[in-house]
Design a protein around this ligand. Structure first.
Ligand code: BES
Ligand code: ZN
Ligand code: ZN
Length: 505
């Protein structure tokens, strides 16, 4: 069976300014917000449909009057043959409190509408954009991301997807068309990443990951260099190689460059990704339970490949270089041993006390190499620690930075993307925990603050370069379906990095 990859799933989006009631469609979707002022429990909801089309309001009037529709976040109510509308159905979807409603909620509603309607075998619908900033972009992003399902390998897979989305929105149509194009590019990049992450390790080896990156670069006009074990050793990437040495699969060092004509020489944004296509733990082997999930340990690398895809299409006037360190982490007669000392590309000696802390080893060399390639600013993404999930749950990614100003710029991108990330500290005091008796540093920090000591380890290799580290271990994979997102690879962090790159100067 050949897996139908993401490229097959394209959703067409159209803008419209007509009255919603006049559009013939399988389904018209309207957002309902609760405009009740006080959030105390005694307060009755005050549901308001986000449209000024009288026919839409009157078609839903009975439902609203009945109290069945409250506007609660993600509440859905489907009405067939709505009176006075040309649409066959009217879907009301709750967006929560009006005062708190933003593009972040709207993105989810669009995804939820897609998932709701495609499960009913619908192929097209019309969404009435509510009045929030960047509404059209958020709807397109959310809808495209909601359209993705990862069940490729099921023989009875139903090719369910929304093919056509129409958005009713007023305003400068040219600006709006540019907005939905941005949303499309960013949403598709997120799905591209999810498609890579979804593949099991036998179908996503370092070689395959590199081939997919190369193909993407060829299609989008990015420069791409792919290196194997010889080059990794020649570059003296002793930390990266130490992880790769135990596997029968060849490692790959993937370098992608976006160098638009007319962009200044500096700054250069460096994107570095952890691309462990399978993390068995190595000789410090993981327990059997849950080991299968370690096929997603290349999510950081896939994040950067997806982000580069969007950057190539959005064409910001700034240079971006991505480095992905791809290898398996396997036990074997050639494998890295606990206690081994390795010399990283930077020259620092590392005492490896746990071979399962391999992500920081490959990133140590990836980050250092990105600086050698001229990157003036760095962002890395990695499924680095289980500890980040202990600290932040499976909701927020962990963010770490050695530069407040750089972090603040990233925080602005987070606002745009709506992705949840929380900054954790990397004070000098934590460095103590990585002191080795025999080398410059050891690769594990002990029982406490595991996500922080992992970040502290990376910090050793970035020098003074402004740097952001995203630990996405807790959020890169969802075990459960959400109303707006299929279970499996989430593709989270792609949007924030792309938003950041677009504003980066
Ligand atoms: N890939 C794992 C981290 C991980 C855990 C990702 C759960 C996704 C979900 C990483 O390589 C790892 O094994 N980290 C160890 C570090 C420890 C040995 C210091 C961990 O978190 O247990
Ligand atoms: Zn590991
Ligand atoms: Zn790992």
């Amino acid at each position: 069976m050949i897996a139908p990859h993401y490229g097959f799933m394209i959703m067409k989006t159209t803008l419209h300014t007509a009255s919603p009631s006049q559009l013939e469609t399988e389904c018209l979707v309207a957002v309902v917000l609760d405009a009740a002022e006080n959030a105390d429990k005694s307060d009755k909801p005050n549901p308001q449909i986000q449209s000024d089309d009288k026919a839409v309001l009157s078609a839903a009037a009975d439902l609203i009057a009945s109290g069945e529709v409250t506007g609660k976040m993600l509440e859905t109510t489907l009405l067939h043959k709505p009176q006075g509308l040309k649409a066959k159905r009217l879907l009301l979807i709750g967006g929560g409190k009006a005062g708190k409603f933003s593009s972040a909620e709207l993105r989810k509603l669009a995804g939820a509408a897609v998932r709701n309607l495609k499960s009913k075998e619908l192929r097209s619908f019309v969404f009435i954009a509510p009045a929030v900033t960047d509404a059209a972009k958020a709807i397109v992003e959310g809808a495209i991301v909601g359209n993705f399902d990862p069940d490729y390998y099921k023989s009875d897979r139903k090719p369910q997807q929304i093919e056509d989305l129409t958005i009713i929105v007023r305003g400068d149509q040219k600006a709006l068309a540019a907005e939905i194009e941005q949303g499309r590019i960013i949403g598709e990049a997120q799905n591209f990443t999810r498609d890579l992450v979804n593949e099991p390790a036998n179908r996503m080896t370092p070689t395959i990951l590199a081939d997919r990156a190369k193909k993407m670069c060829d299609e989008t006009g990015l420069k791409c260099e792919i290196y194997g074990g010889d080059k990794i050793r020649e570059l003296k990437m002793g930390a990266f190689w130490s992880v790769a040495q135990g596997s029968d699969e060849e490692p790959r060092l993937i370098v992608m460059r976006y160098e638009p004509a007319g962009a200044p020489e500096k700054p250069v944004l460096g994107l570095v990704g952890k691309g462990i296509t399978f993390d068995s733990g190595g000789l410090s082997i993981k327990t059997a339970e849950g080991m299968e999930k370690m096929k997603y340990d290349m999510a950081g690398g896939a994040t950067m490949i997806g982000a580069m895809r969007a950057i190539a299409q959005l064409k910001p006037k700034v240079r971006v270089t991505a480095v992905v360190c791809a290898t398996e982490n396997m036990p074997s007669g050639k494998a890295l041993r606990p206690g081994d000392v390795q010399i990283a590309m930077s020259g620092k000696s590392i005492e490896v006390l746990n071979t399962d802390a391999e992500g920081r080893l490959v990133l140590a060399d990836g980050l250092y190499y990105a600086r050698e390639l001229g990157c003036t600013h760095l962002i890395d993404a990695a499924t680095l620690t289980g500890a980040v999930g202990v600290a932040l749950g499976l909701i927020n990614a962990g963010v770490f930075s050695n530069d407040d100003e750089f972090y603040n710029r990233f925080a602005a991108a987070l606002k745009k993307s709506g992705e949840k990330m929380w900054r954790l500290p990397i004070d000098d005091e934590y460095r103590e925990m990585l002191k080795s008796d025999i080398a410059d540093i050891k690769n594990v920090g002990g029982r406490y603050g595991g996500a922080i000591t992992a970040a502290m380890f990376l910090k050793e290799f970035v020098g003074d370069t402004p740097w952001i580290h995203l630990d996405i271990a807790g959020i890169a994979w969802n075990d459960e379906n959400k109303a707006w997102l299929a279970r499996g690879p989430s593709g989270l962090a792609v949007r924030s990095i792309v938003e950041f790159a677009q504003e980066f100067r």
